[in-house]
Design a protein around this ligand. Structure first.
Ligand SMILES: [Zn+2]
Length: 467
């Protein structure tokens, strides 16, 4: 007798889609079987797709940024995740200039612990180029946080670190089985262009794009790849948005370097034309929306398998917060909601449009994400893994509205957009947390996940290390 049985679904396992039943015992997957299984509770998944719970490796909850705080706290942000079929999120611990990273992580855990409804972790993020921080790399890896985010832009916001520190971090993480994640933009060029755009003195949201055009990402990625090669280390680029950047990354992958990246749905969907809209400020995030050719190049990268995983950069602000920048594009808080639409968007636009298979979808949203970010007990429907499961109705059509979404923000980038293929049940460690549009989760039930990345993955080209 199993605690929970999901019967008759189309179950997406690594490398194979099976019509079978899945049995859960306690918090883990206990069996996959073509035979009938007995359960204390049985969910009939006939006609449904059973996927591993999605992992969003890029969210910013309760983030103090640009004079305000991102609109979703650890409760509302993880509730939105649960409704979107996302069963783990990785947030960022970005310490202040005069704050010790260990203290900051402790404070952030205290903030998150009583609120989270799905499992979570942090990417430590260094904003000072100190020996102390370099010395913390080993310790943080031992504490289960092997991924280090560095912001190469954001000089004004106080997050920026330079290439010298990046190089040292690549060497240091390589020594201890860690991975550097970069937000790749050339800080000096951005600053120059921002000043030029600000000097023009008029508010056009297009100035956001014009201050951070494509080559600003391309040149930063090219430099960072050369630094990683010299350090003998792996490298991961967050929220890849340009064809230029993708081309540099692909070339390094083909040369055999362990170079990885994520992109986000917004960079597949929107172009900079959104900045010409009246509500253009709502689309201000960094990197900015790009060009049609970038949408297409990134989709191709997903289809070919160059891009191993997806994130969202979920960092919502309300309209009122966005209006803090009503006079000047550079004062608009950067970010938007995304965690709840990640899976439906990729199901609708990827699977249902015939761009990717169900297996590829599971790799992009779960399997590869778990491998790269070191969530060893998550990411796939296999015996012994955490029973993090999402049941998707592949035919269910819903129109996205901010009102129907669970983020605290009052607008969605996808407002009015119909997507086909939505989660109907979300299960986290064997517990049904969302069912029939209702939240079943206790506040604070989510757990901090200690992560470890396999050294094989960090030392092989992605084709070798990833499915
Ligand atoms: Zn981000």
């Amino acid at each position: 007798m199993y605690d929970l049985v999901i019967a008759n679904g189309k179950v997406v396992t690594p490398g194979r889609v099976r019509n079978c039943s899945l049995g859960v015992r306690g918090e883990e997957i206990a069996i996959l079987s073509e035979d009938k299984l007995e359960g204390k509770r049985t969910i009939d998944a006939t006609g449904k797709v059973v996927l591993p719970g999605a992992i969003d490796p890029h969210v910013h909850l309760e983030l103090p940024f640009q004079g305000t705080i991102s609109a979703d706290d650890f409760y509302q942000g993880t509730v939105a995740a649960a409704f979107g079929g996302v069963t783990s999120v990785i947030d960022f611990a970005i310490h202040g200039k005069d704050v010790d990273i260990l203290d900051h992580i402790q404070a952030r855990r205290e903030l998150a612990e009583p609120k989270v409804v799905v499992d979570y972790s942090f990417h430590p993020s260094f904003t000072t180029e100190t020996q102390q921080n370099l010395d913390y790399v080993q310790k943080l890896i031992e504490l289960g946080m092997p991924t280090f985010k560095l912001f190469l832009p954001y000089k004004r916001e106080g997050f920026h670190v330079g290439d010298g520190f990046l190089f040292k971090m690549l060497q240091e993480t390589h020594r201890h089985n860690g991975l550097v994640l970069i937000h790749a933009e050339n800080a000096d060029v951005v600053e120059q262009l921002m000043q030029e755009q600000e000097a023009r003195g008029k508010v056009s949201w297009m100035q956001h794009y014009d201050s951070r055009p494509n080559f600003v990402e391309g040149t930063s990625i090219a430099t960072s790849i050369e630094l990683a090669k010299a350090a003998g280390s792996a490298l991961y680029v967050v929220h890849l948005s340009t064809e230029e950047g993708l081309n540099h990354l692909r070339q390094a992958q083909h040369q055999g370097y362990p170079i990885m990246m994520e992109t986000c749905p917004q960079y597949l969907e929107f172009t900079k034309d959104v900045y010409a809209q009246e509500d253009g400020l709502n689309y201000i995030m960094t990197p900015p929306m790009r060009l049609k050719k970038d949408n297409e190049a990134l989709w191709s990268g997903i289809e070919r398998g160059d891009i191993p995983c997806m994130g969202t950069d979920h960092c919502p602000f309300s309209t009122e917060q966005k209006l803090l920048g009503r006079e000047l594009f550079s004062k608009v808080p950067n970010g938007g909601m995304g965690v709840e639409t990640l899976l439906p968007y990729m199901f609708s636009e990827g699977v249902n449009q015939g761009r990717i298979s169900l297996s590829r979808l599971a790799q992009l949203l779960s399997e590869n994400t778990a491998k790269i970010h070191g969530l060893q007990h998550k990411g796939s429907l296999e015996v012994g893994k955490d029973a993090d499961i999402v049941i998707v109705d592949p035919q269910l059509k819903r129109t996205v509205t901010a009102e129907a979404m669970h983020s605290n923000s009052d607008y969605s980038l996808y407002e009015g957009r119909e997507l086909t293929g939505w989660p109907v049940i979300t299960i986290s460690r064997g517990e049904v947390i969302v069912e029939e549009g209702e939240l079943k989760a206790e506040r604070g039930r989510g757990k901090f996940v200690e992560r470890t990345i396999s050294s094989e993955l960090l030392n092989a080209a992605p084709q070798g290390g990833l499915a």
